[in-house]
Design a binder for this molecule. Structure first.
Ligand code: SF4
Length: 397
């Protein structure tokens, strides 16, 4: 059978789709080529916001239109949370709806250079706005030895960058009695020329010990992605986040003290219930004062089954949410430009990627996640080059 998998959402979904495709190929199926009709189409969905649900449905319509004879199977977080909504769609033949309780290994290669390695799944935090624990189940992980074996396999296949991926990866070890710091120590002890990024880690779990280890490690890049979600303590409480903004500031300052060139990306949500005008202003003042490199902005949308819907709190009108989102995007751009400018002319190590652009250039990322380009040279693909950082800011925004 010819199979097509369409993936929406996060890196974890991409890693899982890739693992699923490999399993199907091992069982004798084929990947449908570009433009070819598939016999089975699998849509791996996301449900992080209303917009994500909407995009899932659009993808299902489009895939059926493009593959009219195919069986359509829908899986992923949207399928786990709203199976009936999907099953009611005329195009859909089967919904895989059960959240899993065991850990399933997965990794994906988005380019010849990078490998997204799933090290953890699920979450026990139950933040009041989030449906992920319902869609993906409880926190779980494999043994460190299994992750190391998979990392070694990916490196032997030619990957030069591993990105440790999960839902709440700082929680690694919960199901095996190990810890995240033990995991990163074990990965760092693998020999070879490669680097590792940590995809995202809750601030309460990103300990100084982990930060200090990264600073002195052989392979870990000075690149952090930390979810803040709100810069106002009362809103953080409403969200049931497990830290105060002062703890967040301490983490950022500690990173910058031991790795002044580190890139710090921050998840910022806005428009949640109870985010009054005063609290929003307080959030803005806080985020503006932080030495971080980029914001990943998420607009709150009401999700069925979350506790925030039961809270008696002021609802922020949609228009106002859009305004707030624009403000955070503007702050993000300013921060990114400032970060890029501060590191122009630094000596950096770039991992060059395989894609050749229409104007004959190639791209790569520095260890601290600055996107750089140069004229295409095939011999440089998937190699590290140490050079002086020349920056084209338009590429970054
Ligand atoms: S930490 Fe909170 S926001 Fe993140 S997946 Fe868990 S419940 Fe959702």
């Amino acid at each position: 059978m010819k199979i097509r998998i369409v993936t929406l959402g996060c890196k974890l979904n991409f890693a899982e789709s890739s693992a699923l495709m490999n399993t199907l190929i091992a069982r004798g199926h084929e990947r449908a080529k570009q433009g070819e009709q598939a016999d089975i189409c699998i849509i791996n969905t996301c449900t992080v916001t209303d917009t994500a649900d909407h995009k899932d449905r659009q993808a299902i319509h489009r895939v059926k239109r493009e593959n009219p004879g195919a069986r359509i199977i829908v899986t992923g977080c949207y399928a786990a949370l709203k199976p009936k909504e999907i099953a009611d769609m005329l195009e859909v033949d089967h919904v895989v709806a059960k959240p899993m309780s065991e850990f399933r290994h997965a990794y994906s290669r988005d380019d010849r250079t990078r490998c997204f390695l799933k090290v953890q799944d699920g979450c026990n935090y139950f933040c009041t706005y989030c449906t992920i624990p319902m869609a993906r189940g409880r926190s779980r992980n494999p043994q460190i030895s299994e992750v190391v074996a998979r990392a070694e396999h990916a490196l032997a296949e030619g990957a030069k960058e591993l990105i440790l991926t999960g839902v709440n990866i700082g929680d690694f070890g919960r199901s095996t009695g190990e810890s995240f710091i033990d995991l990163i120590r074990a990965i760092d002890s693998i020999d070879g020329t490669f680097r590792v990024r940590i995809s995202s880690c809750e601030p309460n779990l990103l300990s100084d010990e982990i930060i200090d280890f990264v600073a002195h490690s052989r392979h870990f890049a000075p690149h952090f992605h930390i979810p803040l979600q709100s810069g106002n303590d009362e809103v953080l409480k409403i969200m049931h986040r497990r830290y105060t903004r002062e703890l967040f500031r301490e983490r950022v300052e500690h990173i910058k003290r031991v790795m002044p060139n580190a890139f710090i990306g921050v998840d910022c949500m806005m428009g949640v219930r109870g985010e009054t005008a005063e609290r929003w202003q307080d959030y803005l003042d806080f985020i503006s004062s932080l030495d971080v490199s980029q914001l990943h902005v998420f607009t709150y949308s009401e999700r069925a089954g979350t506790r925030m819907l039961d809270m008696d709190l002021p609802v922020i009108p949609q228009r106002e949410r859009e305004q707030r989102s624009k403000i955070l995007h503007r702050i993000s751009n300013e921060k990114l430009i400032a970060f890029y400018r501060a590191h122009e002319k630094d000596t950096v190590t770039v991992l060059w990627e395989s894609k050749k652009t229409a104007d004959g250039r190639m791209y790569g990322f520095t260890e601290n996640y600055i996107k750089v380009s140069r004229p295409y040279d095939r011999t440089l693909v998937n190699t590290f080059e140490t050079c002086v950082c020349g920056i084209d800011i338009r590429q970054a925004l």
